[in-house]
Design a protein around this ligand. Structure first.
Ligand code: IPD
Length: 289
């Protein structure tokens, strides 16, 4: 039987609120912070507690579907085509640790590796973003995305764009060089050969970046190095808001859920393809994930 996406959506929303309570009740700074790889790649006892609550609830209600979560990820068990819940218990862990109000729970469901349901909840702002494939994307279940007004006007080039970027936690090597040199080029004056974009923002949460592009409060978001649990839920919310997701490297109009490099562009009646090509033309070097 085909998965009941409406029912899955509603169940994920209920889990997102439960997760939000765990996150809100945690006092910043008391989270038993551990670093996975370095001081920029963090995990707390709350990441584990939230993932455990979510995976237990999902395995209980949907025993036939696979579960793929950030804290229990096993490289020996990569993503498959099976119906799969793809979960980041706290996306924006560094923000959570510092009490910076951009951390969320990101709950996705994919079939054939295509995101079909997405629920993203930020307990600090109480913003709930959600979507079911083919049914539109919503803020707090009632406001259709993108937001009205300028947020859905045609895109008129990078000079007028507000762009989400992330530094990520790898701070050396080719990928690092590519990101840093690209950020420089994007910001640089036209006289020096740069794009002179209006501004760049690092929100510290891939899922919230994607939801901002879905809303239209960001025009684009570019990142290399994040994972399927960072983007699955946000991807369907973006797509249902008319936005597009392409490869973070030039030329990839089709991209994979586990492709690890992404460029998202907001919904607009015109200019999406042109702005992707313009952005790709400023990428300095290669991303190799
Ligand atoms: C991270 C955040 C961050 C992004 C990293 C992600 P986490 O997720 O989304 O914005 O730059 O690539 O790993 O570790 O906080 O769940």
């Amino acid at each position: 039987v085909a998965p009941n996406l409406e029912e899955i959506h509603d169940f994920l929303v209920s889990l997102a609120f439960k997760a939000g309570n765990i996150i809100t009740n945690a006092l910043p700074g008391t989270g038993g912070t551990g670093s996975k790889k370095n001081s920029a790649d963090l995990v707390t006892e709350y990441d584990r507690a939230v993932e455990n609550m979510i995976s237990t609830s999902l395995k209980d209600k949907y025993p036939d579907y696979a579960f793929h979560g950030e804290e229990t990820y096993d490289p020996a068990r990569p993503l498959t085509d099976a119906p799969t819940f793809i979960v980041d218990p706290i996306d924006g862990t560094a923000n959570f640790v510092h009490g910076f109000p951009c951390a969320c729970v990101s709950l996705g469901f994919a079939v054939g590796r295509v995101p079909a349901v997405g629920v993203v909840y930020n307990p600090s702002t109480k913003n709930l973003y959600s979507a079911i494939r083919g049914k539109g994307a919503f803020l707090n279940r009632e406001t259709r995305l993108p937001l009205k007004g300028d947020h859905a006007e045609p895109l008129s080039g990078l000079t007028n764009a507000l762009i989400g970027i992330e530094w990520g936690s790898d701070r050396s090597g080719q990928n690092w060089e590519t990101k840093v040199r690209t950020f420089e080029k994007l910001g640089q004056s036209k006289k020096l050969g740069g794009a002179m974009v209006r501004a760049m923002r690092s929100m510290g949460s891939a899922a919230l970046n994607l939801c901002a592009v879905a809303e239209g409060t960001l025009d684009l978001y570019w990142e290399g190095g994040c994972w399927e649990w960072d983007v699955c839920a946000g991807w369907v919310i973006l797509a249902e808001a008319g936005g597009i997701m392409v490869d973070g490297s030039p030329g990839g109009w089709e991209t994979r859920l586990d492709g690890r490099k992404y460029l998202a562009v907001r919904g607009a009646p015109a200019g999406q393809k042109e702005i992707v090509e313009e952005f790709w033309s400023y990428i300095q070097g290669k991303l190799d994930y």
